[in-house]
Design a binder for this molecule. Structure first.
Ligand code: HAM
Length: 403
């Protein structure tokens, strides 16, 4: 008998994990460049946090949560997304004023698994809290875009919309409901059932596209402040050179959004899972969670989908392979010294023949080899170049040639 990973989850190791590591490293670099410090929140939270924060009517909460009762009789849920937990932690910390956080970790949704749609999947994201201005939205959209461009997502597009706020959205929802009602016979069953409860979500329906082309657009119903905010976001993105297009049907699947909503699309992937990320403003979420009003904006990107479409060539994993002509222990000691000089080193621990060790060099693609014999000096090789050197000088010699 052998155990398989649970349905919709994956085991990820080399060589596939080279790309994961390269992408996650790139993420850390961009989060750092935009000055978003790391934030870590628990992988499970009180179920009510997501019911209230994400919304009880959303698919994520009503159908996809991994919820269980713990030994203390509390209902807890494996986080289906990161935003609610981050806002909860900000409220709990008592911190005041503008605050930034970047996260990276697994999320859980009970979905029908397919490529790019997993039950355990990895998100990276940022949240920028207690900021009102459109400039914050633009910074956030830009960060996600630059990172995705750096990890070489082909056909990358930013799709943008405004969902209005509590002032203008109710009027728009009424307009949309009237329109949908008038076109009831042409809508699919699921859409009809949404007309009363959540007409905005009908806009997302891929089947009803022909009917929805003429549906009223939120951007035509925005109140003055929301329209001004939206115009400022667009102006800032133009100044930053971040290309985007507007889509009045972009509504997002979570309830907390207000004003700016956006998605990053990889046009090379299947339409069902070509959203490599999404986000937006959520000015009302903190209040829904029992706190004061904290305007905020953020996004999350799906690393599993990024891996599927990234054109990055994963970085070389090893600089030097140490070949020992004597014992594996001599190899270990030499490797340790070279690692201390800041080089990535591998060697062979089982005392195989020198020939077998050289095979490992080509298998790993190590660009440098250090041959350790019984002498004081070792032989360093990079390409055709060779030198007999004391071990202490090898790091510098190799680095000069690998650069
Ligand atoms: P979301 O759109 O639900 O937003 O998820 C963001 C991204 O996570 C998706 O675009 C997709 O790439 C990835 N994703 C979602 N579900 C799966 C899955 N089952 N398998 C693989 N990848 C998946 C959020 O989660 C919000 N918290 C984003 C946000 C942050 N809004 C404001 N701040």
């Amino acid at each position: 008998m052998s155990f398989q990973p649970p349905k919709g989850t994956d085991d990820i190791g080399a060589p596939e994990s080279h790309l994961w590591r390269a992408v996650l490293r790139e993420w850390e670099r961009w989060a750092d460049l935009y000055a978003y410090p790391l934030v870590m929140t628990p992988i499970f939270e009180a179920t009510e946090l997501f019911e209230r924060g994400v919304g009880g009517d959303t698919e994520v909460v009503s159908k996809q949560m991994y919820t269980f009762t713990d030994k203390g009789g509390r209902s807890v849920t494996l986080r289906p997304e990161g935003t609610a937990g981050v806002v909860r932690s900000y409220l709990a910390s008592g911190v005041k004023g503008a605050w930034k956080g970047a996260y990276s970790g697994p999320m859980f949704r009970y979905e029908r698994p397919q490529a790019g749609r997993r039950r355990q999947f990895w998100q990276v994201g940022v949240e920028y809290l207690d900021v009102e201005g459109a400039v914050a939205d633009a910074e956030v959209v830009e960060l996600g875009y630059r990172f995705l461009a750096a990890v070489e997502i082909p056909g990358l597009e930013v799709v943008l919309n405004s969902l209005g706020d509590e002032v203008c959205r109710p009027g728009y929802v009424a307009l949309l409901r009237d329109y949908l009602d008038a076109n009831r016979p042409q809508l699919c069953e699921d859409s009809v059932s949404l007309i009363e409860v959540n007409p905005l979500r009908v806009l997302d329906c891929k089947i009803c596209t022909p009917v929805l082309i003429d549906a009223p657009a939120m951007r035509d119903s925005l109140c003055g402040p929301c329209a001004a905010h939206y115009a400022e976001v667009k102006e800032a993105l133009q100044l930053l050179g971040v290309p985007y297009h507007e889509d009045a049907r972009l509504v997002r699947g979570l309830d907390y959004y207000t004003r700016t909503a956006f998605e990053y699309i990889a046009t090379g992937l299947d339409a069902a899972q070509n959203a490599v990320g999404g986000g937006g403003r959520y000015d009302g979420l903190a209040e829904v969670l029992g706190g004061r009003r904290i305007p905020a904006v953020g996004f999350a990107l799906g690393i599993d989908r990024i891996i599927l479409s990234s054109r990055l060539e994963p970085a070389m994993e090893v600089d030097i392979f140490v070949v020992s002509e004597t014992t594996p222990l001599d190899g270990l000691v030499a490797a340790s010294v070279l690692r201390g000089q800041g080089l990535r080193v591998d060697f062979e621990t089982e005392g195989r023949s020198v020939k077998a060790q050289f095979k490992a060099v080509s298998r790993l693609g190590a660009p440098a080899v250090v041959v350790v014999g019984g002498r004081n000096d070792v032989e360093a090789r990079v390409g055709e170049e060779r030198a007999m050197l004391p071990l202490s000088d090898v790091g510098v010699w190799v680095k000069e040639r690998l650069r």
